[in-house]
Design a protein around this ligand. Structure first.
Ligand SMILES: [Cu+2]
Length: 694
């Protein structure tokens, strides 16, 4: 484990009297956990305010309880997941993946270690260990880091102050098909002055089978341990020190290697002071350190057969250290006008060591090579001004100062060969600006219309600038930053017999960073195939519609529709990796202590594609057919605090793959019958949870 000057910076940051964490002024107040409902959610709740959806990850839902952040997000209209195996899929919002979707874990940036994208930030999230998940669609906030051109997702824990000595928590056990079993314990104890929270999770699954019964190389085991120690001298002050350690292993059906280690070591500090003066409503300070130590190989989770070319197994062991901090000040500048001002910073260093023969030259004996350094610091301000009780104007601006350095002496162009790095020791220093404004009007009680324009400038990430080549050279380090300008329009109705939400977006992306595979390049006497980053111009548009109602007090009906269309304007073809039209219909029967429900998820065929083009996670393979999946669920509250839920996902064991899922790979001992990694066949699951407290 590396130690850095970060500790010094951390202590400096802690010493500042003014600082913070999650300063979204309009974020809903943490509500005391009510008795869990027996209703299994089959579609995400409708937005609680324009463009914002807030979810309780401890609430029962279908499909089966998610074991990582991406799987959870897939339940929200507009989200899809690029499947690689049983876990660690990449979340996609409106066709946008990777760093276009900012993911924060308790306000912290956590960039994965794997250059092949085995570990998106959501791979380090066990959803049930969080208390709240907030999604903001579009570049419509500047408070939560840079580059959120598609949106922002925050996984958060909320630790309310104990008014008297007590404890509270949740314990759950889940079992399902394919050897799936999850164990969760989340307990907090404290007094009005202090609290201690401990969370432990473990999740395991054997290889699952698709609808035809074909076994998919997809097993995994993962666990996490989290502890937080808080000091709450008053209702308005909270200081918290927290730490996380998690690890896992996962088999991948789409590639020649598996993840043998996903070790995360984290320490974080947060301070929050509320109602300081009439003008200063809140001060937040945050500092954190995330270290990810990743190992992938081709022998520990699959059969390795030595050959002349490969006498021993390969191991690739990258790591990344991400440090960051944030300070935000919540001000009341006039009667009801709120202004949030702040600074945030993040720096990450990536290294790699590898061996072509673990038996002869163990990876532990190899030297770690620095292969990319990124840093950004920003200043931001966001204003919320009500003109009257019915009108709101929101606007925000942020400026990010970026620094990136390329220390690689050579670039590996094949498994065996390397060439000198044409951008060795190059540095980039750029200032990127982002901003938005949005107007919201309550047109009649409970119904709000909104319209906004946002602009987000996104610096190329590690996977775009370092892991890929450019069209002309072996390094994509000089890839231009991506600039997205997006119109967001919508209408939502939260009260009355029918709740509804309609959101529409139209987006122009200048210098969209397209990843293209199988690009033929000259190599010695012949040619080789490379994967490159290149800037193109793109246009996307689409939206989501959601409706929910309750008929006769017991029949619940939910329906949603999500669609995105993308155009690569430079190449005059479809923009790649865009999921097709998707619809969901949920029907539920709710009684006092039990519920039962049905979910139908229908996905249309996709014939708009661009073979070999895509994002840092995947490239298009061709067209896909449509499918409809039927699932059933039931919930029962046998006693206070207890909740039993059960479900059958993919009832008719349909064989299908999502359009954007990765292509399958030949793996010894496994049959490959599909182009893409298929989704699981019929899956039964049963979960028992107990909420306790005093
Ligand atoms: Cu990896």
């Amino acid at each position: 484990m590396r130690v850095s000057p970060f500790c010094i910076r951390l202590s400096l940051v802690c010493a500042l009297p003014v600082l913070i964490a999650q300063a979204d002024e309009r974020a809903p107040k943490p509500t005391p956990k009510p008795e869990p409902s027996a209703v299994v959610e089959v579609t995400a709740p409708l937005p609680t305010e324009p463009l914002v959806t807030v979810m309780d990850p401890k609430a029962p839902r279908q499909p089966l309880p998610a074991q990582d952040g991406a799987e959870y997000l897939k339940g929200i209209p507009g989200f899809s997941v690029i499947r690689k195996g049983g876990t660690d899929g990449d979340p996609v919002l409106r066709g946008m993946a990777g760093s276009r979707l900012t993911i924060l874990l308790d306000g912290e940036q956590l960039l994965g270690g794997c250059g092949m994208r085995m570990d998106p930030p959501t791979a380090y999230v066990f959803p049930e260990s969080y208390d709240r998940i907030t999604v903001v669609k579009g570049p419509q906030t500047v408070l939560h880091g840079p580059g959120n051109s598609a949106g922002t997702v925050r996984f958060e824990r909320t630790n309310e102050r104990f008014q008297q000595p007590g404890f509270r928590g949740v314990a759950s056990l889940m079992g399902g098909s394919f050897g799936r079993n999850d164990e969760v314990l989340d307990a907090t104890g404290g007094t009005s002055a202090f609290y201690v929270r401990g969370i432990g999770t473990r999740s395991h699954s054997d290889d699952y089978e698709d609808g035809k019964g074909t076994r998919i190389h997809s097993r995994y085991t993962r666990w996490s341990a989290n502890a937080a120690l808080g000091w709450t001298p008053s209702d308005d002050t909270r200081l918290e020190l927290s730490g996380t350690r998690s690890n896992g292993e996962a088999a991948y059906a789409d590639r020649t290697m598996d993840g043998a280690r996903f070790l995360r070591e984290n320490v974080g500090f947060r301070g929050e002071w509320r109602r300081l003066t009439d003008r200063i409503e809140k001060v937040e300070v945050q500092a954190y350190r995330n270290y990810v130590d990743h190992v992938m190989d081709n022998y520990s989770l699959r059969t390795f057969t030595p050959s002349m070319m490969a006498p021993g197994p390969m191991v690739n062991a990258p790591d990344r250290l991400t440090r960051g901090g944030r300070v935000a000040l919540g001000l009341r500048v006039a009667e009801a006008t709120k202004l949030t001002l702040g600074l945030d910073t993040q720096a990450n260093d990536h290294t790699i060591r590898k061996t072509g023969n673990e038996w002869a030259l163990p990876v532990e004996n190899m030297v770690r090579m620095d292969d990319g350094r990124f840093k950004n610091s920003a200043v931001f301000g966001e204003l919320d001004h009500p003109f009257s009780g019915k009108d709101h104007l929101l606007l925000g601006v942020r400026a990010d100062r970026w620094h990136a350095a390329d220390p690689r002496a050579t670039v590996a162009i094949t498994m065996m060969a390397s060439v000198p790095n044409p951008t060795l020791n190059h540095e980039r220093n750029e200032t990127l600006t982002s901003g938005f404004f949005r107007y919201e009007r309550e047109v009649f009680a409970g119904a709000t219309f909104y319209a906004g324009v946002g602009h987000a400038e996104r610096f190329p990430d590690y996977w775009e600038a370092i892991s890929k080549e450019s069209l002309t050279t072996a390094s994509a380090f000089d890839t231009r930053a991506e600039r997205t300008t997006q119109l967001d329009l919508g209408w939502m109705k939260q009260t009355g017999a029918i709740q509804a939400s309609v959101s529409f977006f139209y987006s122009k992306v200048k210098d969209f960073i397209l990843i293209q595979s199988n690009v033929s390049k000259a190599s010695g006497m012949g040619t080789r195939l490379a994967t490159v980053s290149r800037n193109v111009d793109a246009t996307t548009w689409g939206g989501e519609v959601g409706v929910g109602t309750k008929v006769a007090g017991f029949l619940k009906v939910d329906a949603s529709l999500a669609y995105t269309r993308g155009e690569n304007d430079t190449d005059a073809k479809a923009l790649a990796q865009i999921p097709p039209l998707e619809a969901r219909l949920g029907l539920g029967y709710e009684a006092e202590a039990w519920s039962t429900g049905l979910l139908v998820r229908g996905v249309q065929r996709q014939d708009r594609f661009a073979v070999n083009q895509g994002n840092i996670v995947g490239q298009d393979l061709g067209a896909t057919g449509g499918f409809a999946i039927v699932s059933l669920n039931a919930g029962w509250k046998p006693a206070k605090g207890w909740l039993l839920t059960a479900g059958v996902d993919n009832l008719f064991s349909r064989t299908y793959a999502e359009h954007i899922s990765r292509s399958t790979s030949m793996i010894p001992g496994y049959l490959v019958q599909a182009v893409r990694v298929n989704e699981p066949g019929r899956t039964l699951w049963l979960k028992a949870s107990l909420a306790f407290g005093r």
